[in-house]
Ligand binder design. Sequence first.
Ligand SMILES: Cc1ncc(COP(=O)(O)O)c(C=O)c1O
Length: 388
Amino acid sequence: MSQDRASIHNFAAGPSPLPTPVLQRASEGLLNYNGTGMGVCELSHRGKEFKGIIEGAEADLRTLLAVPDNYTILFTQGGGTTQFSSVLLNLLSYRRLHPKYTSDYKPPTIDYVVTGSWSSKAFVEAQRLSLPPYPSTEPFAIPRIAATGKSSKFTTLPKKGEYDFSEDPAFVYYCENETINGIQFPTDTSSEYAFPFDSVPDHVPIVADYSSSFISRPITNFSRHAIIYAGAQKNLGPSGTTVVIVRNDLLVDTTQASKLGSVPSVPIALEYKTLADNASLYNTPPVFAIYVSALVLSYLLADKGGIKGVEETNRKKAQTLYATLDEAEEKGLVRCVVREKEARSWMNVTFEITEGREKAFLEGAEQRGMRQLKGHRSVGGESITCVV
Ligand SMILES: Cc1ncc(COP(=O)(O)O)c(C=O)c1O
């Protein structure tokens, strides 16, 4: 049976639903962009039309998130997963070239805050990329876990006093919102579950994976970050582009670092400096994903009250949903996975349906037009944990 878009509530965690007015405009642009008689996917990425689109997207994102001037915004490919590798490769080169270490370079530690599935994956990638190049026995780096919520099966965040940062790591890495686990760092920096920015020495770069909470509310302590990245497919646009916001001093020539030795070589399409020097157009970009992202950004600024408006909407949505779930939990119908309220995600609300009732729940949801509520395959997937 064919369904009307307006009658469906789509809860997919990514690729996620996009605003209908944006998709209507995008479908027009797909056929005929701005009266050129050509679709947006048929235009050269070096032409003035696409230049206008990508520059507009960058300017709107800068306005929306108040990105300071000393940061470059990149539109890349390869998803969040590629950034697990890119951040490490670029930041090891940065370290290698840093005057403080050139004369006596030693493999640095890298501190990972592991709070769920995605930061676990990033950590495993760091371990892989740090392995010594044969026949050497010296690793490129020593990734370590500075704090983790693993003992709680990632149902809560570490408290501020539980972090054990190393003395001089090449960088500190965390995932602001763990999509699968439904864990998110609170924005209130006085919360005991807030990310402990003050415990990281000023000179140490902090990297944040914002994939599943990007542009859902302001970025907490923006200027303390070295790199913030996010795949588009949650709140920004279709899958295919990944936004990386990099502090300008971290845009280094990785070939020069490779020549000094002791760091892994960096594939050219992953080098932030190359991407920045070419205004994200070193190679052919994902034009459609960037186009739709540009439309979403201008829609949020013009029609949704910018980031403050978006934050307010999301705050209300999260409050209503958690209040309903807490009430249902009191009646023994569901169980919220994240017990600590301050650590609960606004974007990915995880709950379990009382055993034996999952099927009925999903059928009831289906009848009410609610779609894609099934949990992620990695947490028992078929129907247990619902990521909304
Ligand atoms: C927080 C987070 N980081 C990284 C990723 C990986 O992103 P991608 O699938 O674009 O590689 C995801 C994907 O859902 C995610 O939610």
